[in-house]
Unconditional design. Structure first.
Length: 312
C-alpha cells in the first residue's frame, strides 16, 4: 500500500470539503443546515432565492422564521425530537412555508442528521417547491367536482337534472316496495312562461327560473327532491307523504310563487301542478298520472294544484 503523508491527507480532506460546499452551493434545490437549537448555520443560494432572503439575513435565525405561525411549535418540536433521536433520516413530508414577502408556498422536505465538527448533531434539510403542482391538483379536483355536479344537476337552476330525478324516483319505488312506505310526486309547470321569453328575452326568462326555483326549494321540506325535467317543467319527489299532504305542500309552494315578483322587471308568475301518490306501478306510470293532473289544472284555469284521480 502506498504511503500517504499527513500533509497530503489534509489537502485531500480540504479539497473534499471544498467540493462538498461547492456542490451544495450549486445545487438546484434548497438546502439548509440547522444546529441543535434549530438555528440556521448554512443556507445555499437556491434556499435563499426560494424564500426571498439574503444569506446574511437568515443565518443565525431560528428555522421557524420560514414557517406559518400556526405550525411553528409543532415543527420546532419535530426538529428537537429528530436531533435527539436515533434516526439518521427524516421521512419526506409536505409542508406549507412562508417566504419573506409573506407568500405561502408548498414544499416537500426531506432531512438527514449529520455530526458537526463539535461532535453535536446537525439537521440537513432538502426542499423542493411543489406549489404549482399543488395548485394544479386543486384546479383538477375542482374541475372533477364540477363535472360530477353537472352530471347530476341542471346548470341553470342548480336543481337535480332529469337523469338524477328519474334515478331517485326508481330508488323511492324500490324503498316503498320493500318497506311498505308511501311517497308522492308533484309535477309543476309555469303558466304562460313563453310570453315572458317572447316579451323580455331568454335572459330574463332564465333569471325568473333561477329565482322561482330557489323560492320553491326554500318552501319545500329538506327531504323533498327538486328536479328540473326540462324547460319550465319540474318534478318534486316527496318521501313519506300521501296525496293530501303533498297537495297541502304544493299549495304553499303555489301561493309563495304567486305572491312574489321576479327579475328586475318585477314580473309575477303562476304555476299549475299535478299530484300523484305511489301505487303498484312503474315510475313512468306515476309520472304520467301526475302529468295528466297538471294539465287538468291548466285546463281548469291555471294557478292551481290537482290530485290525480285513480282513473288517470
Amino acid at each position: 500500500m502506498k504511503e500517504v503523508s499527513p500533509d497530503h491527507l489534509y489537502q485531500l480532506f480540504n479539497r473534499s470539503k471544498r467540493n462538498t460546499e461547492n456542490v451544495i452551493k450549486a445545487a438546484p434545490i434548497g438546502i439548509c443546515i440547522t444546529n441543535p437549537s434549530g438555528h440556521f448555520e448554512m443556507v445555499n443560494p437556491a434556499y435563499c432565492e426560494f424564500y426571498g432572503y439574503r444569506e446574511e439575513e437568515i443565518l443565525g435565525q431560528h428555522f421557524t422564521v420560514v414557517v406559518p405561525e400556526a405550525f411553528r411549535a409543532r415543527l420546532s418540536a419535530l426538529h428537537d425530537d429528530f436531533i435527539q433521536g436515533n434516526e439518521t433520516h427524516e421521512l419526506r413530508q409536505e409542508w406549507d412555508v412562508l417566504t419573506k414577502s409573506g407568500n405561502v408556498h408548498t414544499i416537500i422536505a426531506e432531512a438527514a442528521r449529520i455530526e458537526g465538527e463539535d461532535g453535536q448533531s446537525r439537521k440537513v434539510t432538502f426542499i423542493i417547491d411543489i406549489t404549482q403542482r399543488k395548485q394544479l391538483e386543486v384546479r383538477l379536483k375542482q374541475a372533477n367536482e364540477r363535472l360530477d355536479h353537472l352530471a347530476h344537476h341542471d346548470e341553470l337552476t342548480e336543481l337535480f337534472n332529469r337523469r338524477a330525478g328519474l334515478q331517485r324516483l326508481d330508488e323511492e319505488i324500490k324503498r316503498c316496495k320493500r318497506y311498505g312506505t308511501t311517497f308522492s310526486i308533484a309535477i309543476y309547470d309555469l303558466d304562460d312562461f313563453k310570453a315572458i321569453n317572447d316579451t323580455y328575452g331568454h335572459c330574463t326568462g332564465d333569471t325568473v327560473l333561477q329565482q322561482m326555483t330557489a323560492l320553491v326549494s326554500k318552501t319545500l321540506r329538506d327531504t323533498d327532491f327538486h328536479v328540473r325535467l326540462g324547460g319550465e317543467e319540474f318534478l318534486i319527489i316527496m318521501p313519506g307523504v300521501n296525496a293530501e299532504e303533498a297537495y297541502q305542500g304544493m299549495e304553499r309552494v303555489r301561493k309563495s310563487v304567486a305572491q312574489q315578483t321576479f327579475s328586475e322587471h318585477q314580473l309575477t308568475v303562476t304555476l299549475s301542478s299535478g299530484i300523484a301518490s305511489y301505487v303498484e306501478a312503474s315510475g313512468t306510470r306515476l309520472l304520467d298520472r301526475a302529468d295528466k293532473a297538471m294539465y287538468q289544472a291548466k285546463q281548469t284555469g291555471r294557478n292551481r294544484v290537482v290530485i290525480a284521480s285513480s282513473s288517470m
